[in-house]
Ligand binder design. Structure first.
Ligand code: EPU
Length: 423
């Protein structure tokens, strides 16, 4: 296990390039399981999660070659439609193989993910979708067993779910007949998946809206795809620039994917210079408090809630940050408090009192985005912070310490000492 040592209060300047989106590439990799052929993906971020998904696909029988952000997948040799507990427990997104395996093989065995650091995270909507498509679903020894050839159906999600929409969409493209998904998620990662499926030969109408019409096909084929830039990574660097930046240029920041964040940054007094997929940001002399509530896309993402709280510790006044997607996703709050942040937490609502002079301290990562908020806070804190368990960051941010160091931050990765590991 590694930790980061960050010495705060060095202004950030220069350029940073955003990597491909983790949450876009994971379902696309799973989608390649639908049809035996060869697939080439470009701009694939080298992350723990992409390596875990590659390993899972190898267990299923695929061949994966991953070099220099290019991934070649051969799914002609797949013969084991199963996702073992050992893989799914380390990465929930492994559950994405359920739809494609059920669609291709008419049978599969996929471990149920357990809870996660911030609560239960059920998969009932995924299972509802599979049942609507005619799969016989049973639970055996912690595994979901799906059996039966799929047939089109009408799937309505009572809650917008990225993962359930992705799974249902992948399952529907080979199902016989028409499928209609209503109240479907329309995050850019789902739109990206739908476009990839179209390139594979799927027929999908309504892409980018909450109603998707799928006409089942008898055959698909291999294809090539460029993964979209990671909007959550871009947003994390935008917030870093707004907190500590002296002209930070972010390459690969797609305005159309970042509308809610950009509006909130401007409301906080941040001046953004926008041009084609490049946004320049600096810290203004004063920051205004801005309340924020998470919502499905195009609303403000839950994956940026922790970073917004870190940001608001620097605003002149109090702000209210509410998470309506994950009511318990606040493990970063007590860690930020160790740096001096003044945050009152009631249910799913955090009230942040700013401005606070943060002071470096040892803190602990608890999940990907919570860890990102600790890095942001440490960058503006007086003195040195140590962030332990940065493997959480390695799941979702490609070489984040190198990117921040390239902007002038004093950040170093060191191996955590033996005693800390034992504790
Ligand atoms: N939900 C249900 N039942 C389900 C599925 C979801 O009630 O069967 C609820 C969830 O409990 C939550 C809401 O629906 O309240 C939305 O969850 P969603 O299914 O959209 O989340 P997910 O697909 O499991 C993805 C991202 C998460 C991100 C969420 C929300 C991937 C691999 N993961 O998860 O990303 O927070 O959407 O936008 O795409 C991250 O990258 O750090 C991360 C956690």
């Amino acid at each position: 296990m590694d930790k980061f040592i960050i010495e705060g209060r060095y202004a950030l300047s220069g350029e940073v390039s955003i990597s491909g989106a983790k949450n876009a590439v994971l379902p696309i990799m799973a989608a390649s399981l639908l049809w035996p052929d060869r697939y080439v993906l470009h701009n694939v971020p080298c992350l723990h999660d992409t390596l875990t998904m590659a390993r899972l696909m190898e267990i299923i029988g695929a061949r994966v070659v991953f070099e220099h952000n290019r991934m070649e997948i051969d799914t002609t040799t797949c013969n084991n439609p199963e996702a073992p507990y050992e893989m799914v427990k380390t990465m929930r997104a492994s559950f994405y193989v359920l739809g494609p395996l059920a669609g291709r093989f008419g049978r599969c065995r996929v471990s149920l993910p357990g809870g996660c650091n911030w609560g239960p995270r059920p998969v009932d909507l995924h299972l509802m979708a599979m049942k609507t498509l005619g799969a016989d679903i049973t639970l055996d020894g912690g595994y979901i067993i799906a059996k039966g050839r799929l047939k089109g159906g009408a799937i309505n999600f009572d809650t917008s779910s990225v993962g359930a929409t992705g799974n249902a969409l992948m399952a529907a493209v080979l199902a016989e007949g028409e499928t209609v998904l209503t109240n479907a998620a329309r995050e850019p990662e789902i739109t990206g998946l739908a476009r990839f499926l179209q390139k594979m030969g799927a027929r999908i109408d309504g892409i980018g809206t909450t109603t998707l019409h799928v006409t089942g096909q008898k055959e698909l084929h291999g294809t090539e795809e460029e993964i979209i830039p990671d909007r959550i990574e871009a947003a994390t660097f935008l917030i870093a620039g707004a907190m500590a930046g002296d002209k930070v240029k972010i390459n690969g920041a797609r305005e159309d994917h970042l509308t809610a964040l950009l509006g909130n940054l401007e409301a906080a007094g941040v001046v953004l210079k926008r041009s084609d997929e490049v946004i320049e940001v600096s810290r203004p002399s004063t920051l205004q408090p801005v309340d924020m509530t998470t919502a499905p896309y195009p609303g403000y993402p839950t994956d940026l809630q922790a970073q917004w709280i870190a940001f608001m510790t620097q605003a002149e006044g109090s702000s209210v940050v509410r998470d309506e997607i994950y009511l318990d996703r606040f493990a970063h709050v007590p860690e930020l408090a160790r740096l001096g942040a003044r945050i009152r937490l009631e249910g799913n609502t955090a009230t942040v009192e700013g401005p606070t002079e943060l002071i470096g301290a040892p803190v602990m990562s608890t999940d990907i985005r919570a860890s990102a908020s600790l890095v942001l806070a440490a960058l503006v804190a007086r003195g040195t912070s140590e962030i332990s368990r940065v493997y959480h960051l390695d799941r979702g941010y490609e070489t984040i310490e190198k990117k921040f160091a390239g902007l002038g931050a004093r950040i170093e990765r060191v191996a955590e000492d033996y005693l800390v590991q034992k504790g």
